[in-house]
Ligand binder design. Structure first.
Ligand SMILES: Cc1cc2nc3c(=O)[nH]c(=O)nc-3n(C[C@H](O)[C@H](O)[C@H](O)COP(=O)(O)O)c2cc1C
Length: 217
């Protein structure tokens, strides 16, 4: 196969969850079971689903690095922990959990900073440099989250911090020109895919003119 050859894929039989169920139950899963492995076949299905996403002119700039090796996940987990706290330091001046106010939405993400080392797999999403790199990568990322959900695998979309990026590139030999977009730990949940809450679309949608509510308001 040459570098530019494209392939068609049939939908994998394992992705048989109704799309509505997958979309409406997909949520951030931060407690991942370190003892229940994800197979390479499941990861392939998840990445194949990502490959089916739209991209500008079908140029498909997204590139994924899958971290499977336990020791490397542990090393990456330490960088993730540093990155997460660097973001909180920049935004709020926090340096440890005691600084996070009661009821803050950052309490669970702080837990992920500790849990990353236990993830059975981590996907880092990069792209070739292009004018629409992020816009052409996140549809694939969303497909990845949904496909994982359909397989019963938990994920959470998260980011890093400039403070660690050089070390992340060096750790995995990622060429400098590759743009980093996000990081997705994967694992079977310790717990369940509980319900999510969101703003009603009547609040987030305008109809014909900005500020005009939709008919279901
Ligand atoms: C751009 C972006 C950055 C995020 N960063 C983090 C993060 O640093 N840590 C984390 O635990 N979750 C992170 N998340 C996950 C969100 O917190 C989560 O999607 C949101 O709270 C909704 O969660 P739910 O689907 O469980 O309701 C991020 C999500 C996005 C889209």
């Amino acid at each position: 196969m040459n570098d530019n050859e494209m392939i068609r894929l049939e939908p994998p039989g394992s992705l048989d969850m109704a799309i509505g169920e997958a979309m409406f139950t997909q949520r951030a899963i931060r407690r991942l079971d370190p003892d229940r492995p994800i197979t390479d076949g499941q990861l392939r299905t998840i990445l194949d689903a990502g490959s089916k996403a739209p991209s500008g002119a079908n140029m498909q700039p997204a590139r994924f690095l899958v971290i499977r090796d336990r020791e490397r996940i542990r090393e990456f987990g330490a960088l993730y922990h540093e990155a997460w706290w660097a973001k909180r330091r920049d935004e709020y001046g926090w340096s440890d959990k005691a600084d996070i106010p009661e009821g803050s939405p950052y309490r669970m993400p702080a837990l992920l900073a500790d849990e990353m080392v236990n993830a059975p797999a981590v996907i880092l999403a990069f792209s070739l440099p292009s004018g629409v790199a992020a816009a052409s990568t996140f549809p694939a990322v969303q497909n990845i989250l949904l496909a994982a959900r359909a397989l019963g695998i938990g994920t959470v979309l998260t980011t890093l911090h400039p403070q660690v990026m050089e070390r992340v590139h060096a750790m995995f030999g990622v060429p400098q020109e590759m743009a980093f977009h996000c990081c997705i730990p994967l694992g079977f949940p310790r717990g369940r895919f509980g319900p999510t809450v969101r703003f009603p679309t009547s609040r987030t949608t305008s109809w014909n003119d900005w500020g005009n509510p939709p008919p279901w308001t």
